[in-house]
Write a protein that binds this ligand. Structure first.
Ligand SMILES: Nc1nc2c(c(=O)[nH]1)N[C@H]1C(S)=C(S)[C@@H](COP(=O)(O)OP(=O)(O)OC[C@H]3O[C@@H](n4cnc5c(=O)[nH]c(N)nc54)[C@H](O)[C@@H]3O)O[C@H]1N2
Ligand SMILES: Nc1nc2c(c(=O)[nH]1)N[C@H]1C(S)=C(S)[C@@H](COP(=O)(O)OP(=O)(O)OC[C@H]3O[C@@H](n4cnc5c(=O)[nH]c(N)nc54)[C@H](O)[C@@H]3O)O[C@H]1N2
Ligand code: SF4
Ligand SMILES: [Mo]
Length: 746
């Protein structure tokens, strides 16, 4: 190798290459161009098609800084010393995989296959192609969880209860956009930001519901500043207006909806004075917004993470679905389209082999009994209708539809209740910081016999592992993305350069493990390209042919398909009254549930979020060009609250809940709602690696504050309440572990 490297240096001509890449730094997946020189990524730039060229942010252009970073993991590591101590020996990939297979076998032989759990996030590792689910289904474990449990995954699962699929706005034709908190910006979910901007330029109205004057709220035609966590009540108020004023689509409701009368009865419990009292928004403004939405003739409520992280999540998401349906905005031009699988590309749902997992093992999925909505329990009920309408019984939409409940999984890992979980594999997910109750997650990880992390950097979670395997990155692999079956668009991503020699893709990881564990016949593909050929075989193409002829394909949307097929629900109709929730003994109609209230001790309503432009979630705090744009975590508070507390701008404070305490700097913001505090998600301090335990993972992370107690969990899905939980703020100092940080001002 040394000789070859020397030879290539002597060459006079340099090899320049330009390829298509689907950026995986965030989960919206812009297609970009990667320019490489002599086998090294040089620049990542905008698309060559002017229609797509605006879809890039400064995280995307920072990709070379990430992919070529000096601290990128390049060699497999095996723990020496105590768990979490960050002491390692380097071993080969083959040795690591051999040892992992033996240890996993030992654990599942002793405790059963369900003692094996996986936590992952499919968009950044990108090329798993459901090989993780396939492996688990063959082995017999249902305990797969993902970051999307707190994101679009759970929204997709709940949408399926009502009309059988997860819709996507018809951005190009809509006349009205309603953002429940969702706040895309130039550097946050850039394509959605651009879509909203274009729609507004065409004259589409914008309604924003946000306690804060967010970037989108500043531009909005109507801004309702509701109290955090009250979105479900707001939607019930909108329905009250829509029903009372007969603004619904009578024809669609009569022919295609089940349970309208029951819904009307429920909605009558929410007169506008009650909704005003719950949300804190003037009833006339509520009514005005509802009228604009219902009369728009083509309106959309784009997916939002706000309603998938609160105590009334299932109801709030159902209410969005119900609003779409009764106003006639479902599967119509300018409304929200139901895509279905791409017929030319074998879906991940099929590759996962869900039918191989026995009913007995499915019933062991953690959460199956208490919080079943995105577990196998509902997936099995929806199998037949999904097959009838969409041509395949399982629909793993946005990877969220048949997973275990994370809270139940961490409880089992920590306590052995209801059974032991003893092995956790983490792929492209910073588990410790990415769910509720970080103290409990740490306890859970510390109680494992085997943790494997597949990562590109040494995160706090990877530090807790027994084996850390280096992953490849998006410029180093071939892929065709299908937006996790949310849309049916196919987008090309090409390998520009070689990955580090000892790195693997997640596809390779699962294939190599599967073959070692006796499942070789189910892992027949020798390379990603083989698997891509297989996935494209339904359209009689190979990856090489796809790559030569196309960089993006999107079948033209078809509307009102339900007239031929019905909806993929048990009744074949839109279930305003959910037969599935009724069968599971939950309230079949949507309702509002008040979260735990602030009191004297914890007087503020805290919400996590307001994503930071330079980072995706817990990532990139080690990338100087990005970190310098946002060096420290900030708590936002309203000036009145700040002066009452006697704080000053920029002062370090502690934010505390009964679950824990974190530190951050005060940022005084007029745009905040009084009585509310914002805490950012995902902070840890890679620069403190050799000074602070777990690189400061407990100093500022929101997951420390969020409870996973039952009273903080949504009933049906068990998602934690991140939007409006009680907390208090007290004076503090710069945390000692950060005193030497190069990024933090003193
Ligand atoms: N407490 C709390 N939890 C949350 C949220 C919150 O606000 N608060 N938000 C939720 C939401 S909305 C979401 S979407 C999820 C996000 O959850 P994740 O998608 O898991 O988010 P990240 O924090 O970006 O963690 C991804 C990890 O993958 C690594 N990685 C990046 N690229 C690659 C790759 O190509 N290969 C491999 N092997 N690894 C890679 C990164 O270094 C990073 O450590 O978290 C959810 N969890
Ligand atoms: N740069 C960058 N972009 C990202 C990400 C990132 O980490 N960095 N993450 C991506 C991912 S995975 C996600 S999920 C999205 C999330 O991004 P967004 O959907 O924009 O969500 P947030 O930024 O968390 O919060 C948006 C707004 O919700 C408001 N809000 C808080 N509580 C409530 C409430 O109870 N009700 C209502 N109606 N509003 C409330 C806040 O004031 C804030 O203005 O961003 C994506 N884009
Ligand atoms: S918005 Fe930025 S980080 Fe996200 S996919 Fe696009 S370029 Fe990448
Ligand atoms: Mo998300």
């Amino acid at each position: 190798l040394g000789g070859m490297a020397k030879m290539s240096k002597k060459r006079i001509s340099v090899e320049k290459k330009s390829t298509y890449s689907v950026c995986t730094i965030c989960d919206i997946g812009c297609q970009l161009r990667t320019e490489s020189i002599d086998g090294r990524v040089n620049r990542v730039v905008a698309h060559d098609n002017p229609m797509l060229a605006r879809n890039i942010c400064y995280k995307g252009t920072a990709a070379p800084h990430i992919h070529n970073h000096a601290e990128r993991l390049r060699v497999p590591l095996k723990r020496v010393g105590e768990r979490g101590e960050d002491n390692w020996e380097e071993i080969s990939y083959e040795q690591a995989m051999d040892e992992i297979a033996v240890k996993l076998k030992g654990i599942t032989d002793s405790f059963g296959p369900e003692a094996f759990a996986v936590s992952t996030s499919g968009w950044n590792t990108q090329t798993t192609h459901s090989m993780d689910r396939r492996f688990m289904n063959l082995l017999g474990s249902p305990n797969w969880i993902s970051g999307v449990a707190l994101c679009a995954g759970n929204t997709a699962a709940v949408n399926r209860l009502t009309y059988g699929w997860f819709p996507m706005p018809d951005w190009g034709n809509t006349n009205c956009i309603v953002l429940f908190g969702h706040n895309p910006r130039k550097h946050s979910w850039t394509p959605i930001y651009n879509s909203i901007k274009s729609a507004r330029a065409r004259g589409a109205k914008l309604i924003v519901l946000d306690p804060r004057v967010s970037d989108q709220a500043e531009q909005a035609d109507v801004h309702l500043r509701l109290r955090a966590g009250t979105d479900a009540a707001m939607c019930l108020g909108w329905l009250k207006v829509i029903i009372d004023e007969r603004l619904y689509d009578r024809d669609f409701v009569n022919h295609w909806c089940e349970g309208f009368e029951a819904l009307c009865d429920r909605v009558s419990e929410y007169p506008l004075d009650r909704v005003e009292q719950i949300t804190g928004v003037d009833r006339n403004h509520i009514a005005e917004a509802a009228r604009i939405y219902a009369k728009a003739n083509g309106a959309v409520i784009p997916w939002t993470p706000i309603t998938d992280q609160q105590i009334s999540s299932t109801s709030a998401i159902r209410l969005h679905s119900i609003l779409r349906a009764v106003t006639g905005n479902l599967d119509v031009v300018g409304g929200e389209t139901l895509g279905g699988f791409n017929p030319g590309y074998i879906p991940e749902s099929e590759l996962a082999l869900h039918d191989r997992l026995s009913n007995e093992q499915k019933a062991k999925q953690l959460g199956f009994d208490d919080h079943p909505v995105f577990t196998y329990r509902v997936a099995e009920i929806l199998k037949e209708p999904t097959n009838k309408v969409w041509g395949f019984p399982y629909a793993d939409l946005v990877m969220g539809c048949h997973m275990a409940n994370p809270t139940n999984v961490f409880r089992a890992m920590a306590t052995g209740d209801p059974y032991q979980i003893k092995a956790l594999f983490v792929l492209g997910n910073n588990t410790l910081l990415s769910y509720a109750n970080q103290h409990q997650i740490l306890k859970a990880l510390n109680n494992q016999e085997l943790i494997v992390a597949h990562e590109i950097f040494m995160t706090p979670t990877a530090m807790l592992a027994d084996y850390v395997l280096p992953g490849d990155v998006f410029t180093e692999r071939n892929h065709i993305a299908d937006s996790w079956s949310w849309t049916n668009r196919l987008t090309l991503s090409q390998k520009a350069v070689e990955p580090p020699v000892q790195a693997s893709s997640t596809f390779e990881f699962w294939t190599d493990l599967g073959r070692r564990m006796g499942f070789a016949e189910h892992f027949p593909w020798d390379s990603l390209e083989d698997l891509l050929d297989y996935r494209l075989s339904r359209s009689n193409r190979t990856f090489a042919q796809f790559e030569q002829t196309s960089y993006m394909e999107a079948p033209a949307p078809k509307f009102r398909k339900y007239r031929k097929t019905g909806f993929a629900t048990p009744s074949g109709k839109v279930e305003l009254y959910s037969s599935i929730l009724a069968d599971l003994n939950f309230d079949p109609l949507p309702y509002y549930r008040e979260g735990p209230s602030p009191d004297k001790k914890y007087p503020y309503l805290v919400f996590t979020g307001v994503r930071e432009d330079p980072f995706f979630q817990t990532g990139q705090r080690n990338i100087s060009v990005l970190r310098s744009r946002c060096p420290e975590p900030k708590l936002y508070m309203h000036p009145i609250d700040v002066s009452r507390e006697g704080f000053e701008e920029g002062e370090w404070v502690n934010l505390e809940t009964p679950s824990g305490k974190v530190s951050a700097r005060i940022s005084v913001q007029e745009s905040m709602k009084e009585g509310h505090v914002r805490v950012p998600h995902g902070w840890w301090y890679p620069e403190t690696r050799f000074e602070a335990p777990l690189s400061g993972a407990f100093i500022s992370s929101d997951a420390v504050l969020c409870s996973d107690e039952d009273e903080f969990l949504d009933y049906e899905q068990g998602v934690p309440h991140f939007k409006g939980f009680p907390g208090r703020v007290t004076k503090s100092n710069l945390p000692r572990a950060l005193e030497n940080s190069a990024f933090i001002e003193r």
